[in-house]
Design a protein around this ligand. Structure first.
Ligand code: FAD
Length: 389
């Protein structure tokens, strides 16, 4: 069993780490200032500039197939890179990627949606959640009805990340109410100019989702992504990727935060001694690292299973549940170690605190991950006592 990275993998990791430290982290004060003034943290042109710079270094399309100009580094390396970019709260990711399900499109759809998304010319959003169906995604009500060569979509979606900025949406609608999620839900690619409307939803974090309204939006038959009735499987495929990329970013964030706490504990004095000398503080530091390490290996295991072409759903649910809880526990302890300073807006801890809380809610809540894990075990889809099987 080899838990090490190859020379090449280590080089990639180190280069990304240096890029994040040199190019991205210096933007943090400005991002905080912008966000606190109610502006977007990072201007689109600044983000584009960073992505272009990274592209010149070969960091483009981390998990994108080579035939689309990507680096095709695979799920494990993608997770390791997400751990590095997760070290900063600057909303940065490398360019050259597109939603995994856009590869299910036909040649014309790839030309109109996949390739422009990879190139950063078009922005997508993924819309399954509705006001009446979040965790219960099988129960969506948005309806698509065939009318000649077109489908007419009516319904409302909510909490859609990037929904107010996107040029097109991958929207999931019921095409056969009898069958529901088992063959009666279809994914449509719908351009904004086809008539859907969006409205931003203010949240406690910087993650600004939107509600989308579809009122008699007419979509041509050729805009069905994948096959008619197979949309629910595509939705699960899209969500599957987040289940190891979300905890990967969480690991990076938690390591950065813990380092801040370690540095602070060494210089902050109380009752004549640095607080680092008190066992209460040491235990918070130790517990945090134990949890971070556990999350790191659960995440890499899930990514590795995806890379091996295995059914990684169980491992990914475990990684997502654990990573989300871990990040929230770590940021809470880091705030505690900083005392009153941790609660102020002088430091970015309160910002991380608000943002990381989302990890326990989106792309499957903690409760839904637990439900999945327990059901897999109870029904025999997953077994105890396995190692890498
Ligand atoms: C910032 C943000 C961004 C998002 N981005 C997107 C996006 O891009 N696209 C998209 O489609 N969706 C998106 N979502 C939606 C997100 O995935 C849902 O909010 C999430 O799945 C939970 O659904 P809900 O909010 O309806 O909560 P509910 O499903 O109403 O759940 C409420 C509570 O009940 C619990 N619960 C529900 N069912 C069960 C059960 N069977 N057993 C035990 N407990 C249960 C939940 O865990 C939760 O604690 C986003 C959400 C947020 C907040």
């Amino acid at each position: 069993m080899d838990f090490g990275l190859s020379v090449e993998e280590r080089q990639i990791r180190d280069t990304v780490r240096a890029f994040v430290e040199k190019e991205v982290m210096p933007l943090e004060p400005e991002v905080l200032r912008n966000e606190r003034a109610g502006r977007p943290g990072i201007e689109p042109e600044v983000l584009r500039g960073l992505r272009d710079k990274a592209r010149q270094m070969g960091f483009w399309g981390i998990n994108t197939p080579e035939e689309y100009g990507g680096a095709a580094l695979g799920p494990v390396m993608s997770a390791i890179i997400a751990m590095e970019t997760g070290r900063t709260f600057v909303p940065f990711s490398f360019g050259g990627s597109a939603d995994n399900i856009l590869y299910a499109g036909n040649e014309e759809q790839k030309r109109r949606y996949l390739i422009p998304t990879i190139e950063g010319e078009r922005r997508s959003c993924f819309a399954i959640t509705e006001p009446g169906a979040g965790s219960d995604a099988r129960n969506i009500r948005t309806r698509a009805v065939k009318d000649g060569g077109e489908w007419v979509i009516n319904g409302e979606k909510t909490f859609i990340t990037g929904g107010n900025e996107a040029d097109f949406v991958m929207v999931f609608a019921v095409t056969d109410p009898e069958k529901g999620a088992n063959g009666g839900v279809t994914c449509f690619l719908v351009d904004r100019d086809m008539g859907w409307k969006s409205e931003p939803i203010p949240t406690m974090g910087q993650w600004g989702p939107a509600s989308l309204v579809f009122e008699d939006v007419r979509v041509p038959e050729e805009n069905i992504l994948g096959e008619l009735g197979q949309g629910f499987q595509l939705a699960m495929q899209w969500i599957g990727q987040g289940r190891y990329m979300i905890p990967a970013r969480a690991v990076g964030a938690a390591e950065r935060l813990l380092q801040m706490a370690i540095d602070y504990a060494k210089i902050r004095k109380s009752m004549g001694r640095p607080i680092a000398e008190y066992q209460a503080i040491q235990w918070m530091i130790a517990d945090s690292q134990v949890e971070i390490e556990a999350a790191k290996w659960l995440t890499l295991n899930a990514a590795w299973q995806v890379q091996q072409g295995r059914d990684a759903r169980h491992a990914a649910s475990i990684a997502k549940l654990n990573g989300a809880i871990m990040a929230n526990q770590v940021v809470d302890r880091v705030m505690q170690i900083h005392g009153g300073m941790g609660y102020t807006k002088e430091l970015p801890i309160e910002r991380w605190y608000r943002e990381l809380r989302l990890l326990r809610i989106f792309e499957g809540t903690d409760e839904i991950q637990r439900r999945t894990i327990a059901r897999n075990l109870l029904r025999g889809h997953a077994r105890l006592g396995t190692i890498g099987e």
